[in-house]
Write a protein that binds this ligand. Structure first.
Ligand code: IPM
Ligand code: MN
Length: 350
């Protein structure tokens, strides 16, 4: 735990593309206000960086995050067609830095949430599953023929689930539940259709939690839901969720859906978390339709910064200070510009 001034945390900020350029400076300003001695370095990553340097995350950026132990990433625009040599910056960061857990809290906020009393954390396995990167055309046809509609083509993606990664996400989830006094875990999977992969995920998570119960840890209730049922409950009964742990793509989809209850993607923070290293990131994308207009909501980025304080730097009180300022800003009525929102949050910090 870091608390002394001599150990003030360091942060590597990567605004990235689109509105990342607007929301990350706002988040950095809030962190700087709360931690006057915070050392901030800036690094490049994203699609614009790829076009300039031929790589979406340069080695110098990886080195800077490793050196700081913490990063704050904005957003990345990715083309939805394949570009030779390009891989999404955030996927590269997760893989290169082994950020195997993605923590996505969703809570009710005043004036913007459609319902009160929601307070859940989605823990998304962040290193494997359908994000294994193993996608290929199985039949041997020339690349130039791929768009020929007459041809039958088989495209395959491998969905990797390992016992070690499933256990590791369970250990992270358990620690998080202990530190936040959370008592109900829901494991989300599709083991009825994928008994080998998702059965392994479910059983590995249960093993970790059961071992803990045998060690005398009390008070964690575990249930499980198939992902389609979980989606229905996310829409109809979101209050039922406390801590949810699931595989990569299910977590990706469910966390977007869940963010609706927190006031939408403009307010949804996340933390890509490994061992002694993390990159916080607003869940939203680069929003090219509103980029450059000064109207992007910086709250998701600001709350992502607060997650670094709470989880990585062990400074929960300071994180709460930021969250309370966000709360009071929303309660007072959300200003319509990025600068207006930032100013209101800074004013409410005191
Ligand atoms: C997210 C995003 C990413 C993902 C994209 C940008 C690759 O949607 O962080 O949820 O799919 O994980
Ligand atoms: Mn997503």
């Amino acid at each position: 735990m870091i608390g002394l001034e001599v150990n003030m945390p360091k942060l590597c900020v990567m605004p990235g593309d689109g509105i990342g350029q607007e929301v990350i400076p706002a988040a950095a300003a809030v962190l700087q206000a709360v931690f006057p001695d915070l050392a901030i370095v800036e690094a490049e990553a994203g699609w614009a960086c790829f076009q300039k340097q031929g790589v979406s995350v340069p080695d110098s950026t990886l080195a800077a995050i490793r050196e700081c132990g913490a990063g704050l990433f904005g957003a990345v625009s990715s083309p939805s067609y394949q570009v030779e040599g390009y891989r999404s910056a955030i996927l590269t960061l997760r893989q290169e830095l082994n950020l195997y857990a993605n923590i996505r809290p969703v809570q009710s906020w005043p004036t913007v949430s459609p319902r009160p009393n929601i307070d859940m954390i989605i823990v998304r396995e962040n290193s494997e599953g359908l994000y294994s990167g193993r996608e290929r055309i199985a039949s041997s046809i020339p690349k130039s023929e791929i768009r020929n509609q007459e041809l039958e083509i088989t495209a395959v993606a491998e969905r990797i689930i390992t016992r070690s990664a499933s256990r590791r996400i369970a250990v992270k989830t358990l620690a998080l539940m202990h530190s936040q006094k959370r008592h109900k875990l829901t494991i989300v999977h599709k083991a009825n259709v994928l008994p080998l992969t998702d059965g392994l995920f479910r059983d590995s998570v249960r093993e970790v939690f059961n071992a803990e119960v045998q060690k005398g840890a009390e008070g964690i209730e575990i249930d499980e839901l198939l992902v389609d049922v979980a989606a229905l409950k996310m829409v109809g009964e979101p209050e039922r969720f406390d801590t949810l742990v699931t595989t990569n793509l299910f977590g990706d989809i469910l966390s977007d859906a869940a963010s609706y209850w927190g006031g939408g993607l403009g307010l949804a923070p996340s933390l890509n978390w490994g061992d002694n290293i993390a990159v916080a990131e607003p869940v939203h994308g680069s929003a090219p339709d509103i980029a450059g207009q000064g109207i992007a909501n910086p709250i998701a980025a600001i709350l992502s910064g607060a997650m670094l304080a709470r989880y990585v730097w062990g400074l929960g009180k300071e994180a709460s200070r930021v969250e309370t300022a966000v709360y009071n800003t929303l309660a007072a009525g959300l200003p319509s510009t990025t600068q207006g929102i930032l100013q209101s949050i800074l004013n409410h910090l005191h």
